[in-house]
Structures are given as C-alpha cells and as structure tokens.
Design a binder for this molecule. Structure first.
Ligand code: COA
Length: 159
C-alpha cells in the first residue's frame, strides 16, 4: 500500500493544543457559541497549568478543539467545538476520545460539564460517551427577551 495514502493533507490530525492556537480557537469559539472568547481569554486559558486542550487540524487549519480544566481527581470540560463545515464526520468523537483518555492519564476520575438543555447535538454526543445528567440550572444561558435556557450538568467517571 502506498504511504502517501496515510499522509494525505486533508486527513484530520489530532494533537495537544497550546497558546499558539489561541487565535484559531477564539475564532472557532466565536462562530460556534453565542458568547465568544477573546484571543486574550483563550491564550490565558491555554497558558494555565491546569488546562488541557486538544485540537484537530485539516491541512494545517484548526477545525476543532476541546478544552478542560483539571483539578485531579476532577476535571471540567470548558468547551468543545467543530467548524460547521466539518461537523458530522466524527471529529468531536475523536477529540473527546483522546481528551478523556489523556485526562485519565493525568489523574482525572470524574469529568463534569455544562450543556445547554436545547443543544441536541452536544447532548447526543455526550450521551454516546456515557455522561449522565446530575443537575439542572434554569435560566443559566441568558437570551435576550426570554428567561434564558437551562444548563444541564453532566458527569462521567473516567476508567
Ligand atoms: C456538538 C459538536 C461539537 C459535535 O461535533 P461533530 O464533529 O459534528 O460530532 P461527531 O460527528 O463526532 O458526532 C458524534 C455524535 O454526536 C451526535 N451528534 C453530533 N451532531 C449531531 C446533530 N447535529 N444532531 C444529532 N446528533 C448529533 C451523534 O450522536 C453523533 O454520532 P453519529 O454521527 O454516529 O450519530 C458540534 O456540533 C459543534 O461544534 N456545535 C457547536 C458548539 C457546541 O454546541 N459545543 C458543545 C458545547 S457543550
């Protein structure tokens, strides 16, 4: 089999993210969520000792990331997003697989996150990974003109 088959430039590549990724992560976050993260905010997070982030790139362009804060034995997923044009290709699943494995290696035993109750895609994604609903915070995500939508608190044990 030809080696070039494995090195196609459009193959997704997963790796740890660092402060250099702040501009691309800020940009993707801004197009994926109502409340954006500035480049400075992203950079500060990525420089925190307790923050772990992974990215997926295609042809050297960042098209997805996941970021957590770890205070072993607990970790909290702060954000995950995949660029709209690359969704439904299994990239979030691959990112989460790698990320949860690495969190486990770093001492996490329980992982928490908050998800908008109306975010069907994310809820299904987390459901596939065995996250369970352990709480609900009404009106957590502000929306102009309405009471805001609820956040669900999800939890999963790491093997
Ligand atoms: C949620 C998100 C990260 C999923 O990324 P993705 O790369 O498209 O997800 P995957 O292709 O890996 O899908 C994995 C599973 O998630 C679920 N899923 C993903 N997108 C879905 C959608 N639009 N509708 C229903 N289920 C969906 C499915 O169960 C899917 O498995 P399947 O394709 O075998 O059915 C992406 O939609 C996104 O960036 N959304 C905006 C940001 C966001 O809401 N992040 C979550 C914050 S808590």
């Amino acid at each position: 089999m030809k080696l070039s088959r494995w090195f196609r430039p459009d193959n997704p590549v997963l790796s740890e993210a660092g402060a250099d990724d702040a501009p691309a992560i800020s940009q993707l976050h801004g197009t994926s969520f109502r409340r954006g993260w500035s480049e400075d905010e992203c950079e500060r997070l990525l420089l925190e000792r307790n923050v772990l982030a992974h990215r997926v790139t295609i042809a050297d362009q960042l098209v997805g990331f996941v970021m957590s804060r770890l205070f072993a034995p607990e970790a909290e997923i702060l954000s995950i997003a995949v660029a709209a044009a690359q969704r439904r290709h299994g990239l979030a699943r691959r990112l989460l697989d790698l990320h949860l494995q690495r969190l486990g290696e770093l001492g996490a035993r329980t992982v928490f996150l908050e998800v908008d109750e109306g975010n069907e895609a994310a809820r299904r994604l987390y459901g596939r990974f065995g996250f369970n609903n352990v709480g609900r915070r009404p009106g957590y995500y502000p929306q102009s003109g309405t009471a805001g939508s609820a956040a669900l608190v999800l939890r999963r044990d790491v093997a």
